[in-house]
Design a protein around this ligand. Structure first.
Ligand code: DMJ
Length: 429
């Protein structure tokens, strides 16, 4: 029996978002994240909070019209956030969470301080792109501009253009767009003859270090940004490259199981030879990108497989071997991708089954991940034992996509493009 979709699901989701937010406020205000079981704060760089949760959560609070909470988060950011820290940060994570969050909140509020923070951050991250190939180093020191981490991957290299491109347009500093697009093209040039990408690459030499192609962690959002950047910037070359990249993934990574279910596994980028049949929580973003690229039928088939995986355990594992029907990594980190895909399928088709699916994701998350004070990740989807993590993307993405799946169609302005952290960006230029 499909779960019953009620009239006020969006209100219930909003209430649960605020339940988790209040836990953060009570126990971790001013810090990057809440540790939900210890009820204690956690900062990514010891003692140097970059307000990860408030920045990631702000546009979600605005969308659900939690005005007092949004105002408090914005005031905290306006007053306390500083990027002048002598600390190495991961360029990818800071870009998608902080730069993306600041830019979308600026577009929603017009608060000039948010744009000023985004500009400051963009300048501090810029040294990351100074490798010979133009592909960014993984880490940059926000105070000194020193870089490290030459061993990177397609996701970290190719998931920067929506944010840096938007920053370029809003700040009038076009170099931001140029650097991020150049990085994307440098990666594109290194695709194999089959049109596939490996899992690890040296950004100084441009040589692949691991030839394993897949659509999951470390490659995933590269596909997403080709398609989305094509749309946000009206960049036809990127749209075409994105379409071709998806076609190659469909040819060499997709396969059917014994009962005709569609999955995407791993293969060697040069030979196309299959190397593993694993799929996981992160791979479940792919139906959303297929919808954006115009292939809702394939997207629906893949989403059904991901849903089957979820239903086998009542939550989805981080990694699953679909041929062996066995868990490879048992955690559920409160990830949003499978919900994001249901949302895009709903927008595209308005078929009630995607809302029913979303309702069942929400029911399970509420049943197993809720704590008295917030929400917590799960250490093993078989036992449902909770773990002491509440990543900021739960506020930015998981609860936002759930809410939007049930909200009225006009809950957002038309034609927004979500960055990979679900921060809606609008082409205002
Ligand atoms: C988020 O930070 C982003 O969606 C990223 O692209 C992948 N990982 C998390 C969510 O699972």
């Amino acid at each position: 029996m499909p779960p019953v979709v009620k009239h006020h699901d969006d209100e219930e989701i909003r209430a649960e978002l605020l339940h988790a937010w209040r836990g953060y406020r009570r126990h971790a205000w001013g810090h990057d994240e809440l540790k939900p079981l210890s009820r204690a704060p956690h900062d990514w760089n010891a003692g140097k909070s970059l307000l990860m949760t408030p920045v990631d959560a702000l546009d979600t609070l605005i969308i659900v019209k939690a005005d007092a909470e949004a105002d408090a988060a914005r005031a905290l950011i306006d007053e306390k956030l500083s990027f002048d820290e002598d600390a190495y940060v991961k360029v990818f994570e800071i870009t998608i969470r902080e730069l993306g969050g600041l830019l979308s909140a600026y577009q929603m509020t017009g608060d000039a301080r948010l744009l000023a923070l985004a500009k400051d951050l963009g300048r501090r991250l810029a040294p990351a792109f100074k490798s010979k190939t133009g592909m960014p180093y993984q880490y940059v020191n926000l105070h000194t501009g020193a870089v490290r981490g030459k061993q990177s991957n397609p996701a970290e290299i190719g998931t920067l253009l929506l944010e840096f491109g938007t920053l370029a347009k809003l700040s009038g500093e076009p170099a931001h767009f140029d650097r991020a697009r150049k990085a994307l093209m440098a990666l594109y040039k290194r695709r194999s003859e089959l049109g596939l990408y490996g899992s690890s690459i040296d950004v100084e030499t441009g040589k692949w270090l691991d030839p394993t192609a897949h659509i999951g962690s470390g490659i995933d959002s590269y596909y997403e940004y080709l398609v989305k950047a094509g749309k946000l910037f009206g960049d036809d070359e990127l749209a075409r490259i994105g379409h071709d990249a998806l076609a190659a993934a469909n040819s060499y990574l997709a396969e059917e199981d014994a009962i005709g279910g569609l999955w995407y596994g791993r293969a060697d980028m040069t030979t196309g030879k299959r190397t593993a049949s694993v799929f996981g929580a992160l791979d479940a973003f792919f139906p959303a990108v297929l919808v954006l690229d115009g292939d809702a039928d394939r997207a629906a088939r893949l989403e059904m497989s991901a849903y089957t995986m979820w239903r086998s355990f009542g939550l989805e594992p981080e990694l699953y071997d679909y041929r062996a029907a066995k868990i490879v990594e048992p955690e559920y980190y409160l990830r949003p991708e499978i919900i994001e895909s249901a949302y895009y399928l709903w927008l595209e088709t308005h078929d009630q089954r995607w809302r029913e699916m979303g309702r069942s994701f929400f029911n399970d998350i509420k049943t197993y991940c809720r704590t008295d004070e917030a929400y917590a990740a799960i250490a093993d989807v078989r036992t449902k034992k909770q773990s002491d993590r509440l990543e900021s993307y739960f506020f930015a993405e998981t609860m936002k996509y759930l809410y939007l799946l049930f909200a009225a169609d006009d809950a957002l302005p038309v034609n927004v493009i979500f960055n990979t952290e679900a921060h809606p960006l609008r082409r205002t230029w």
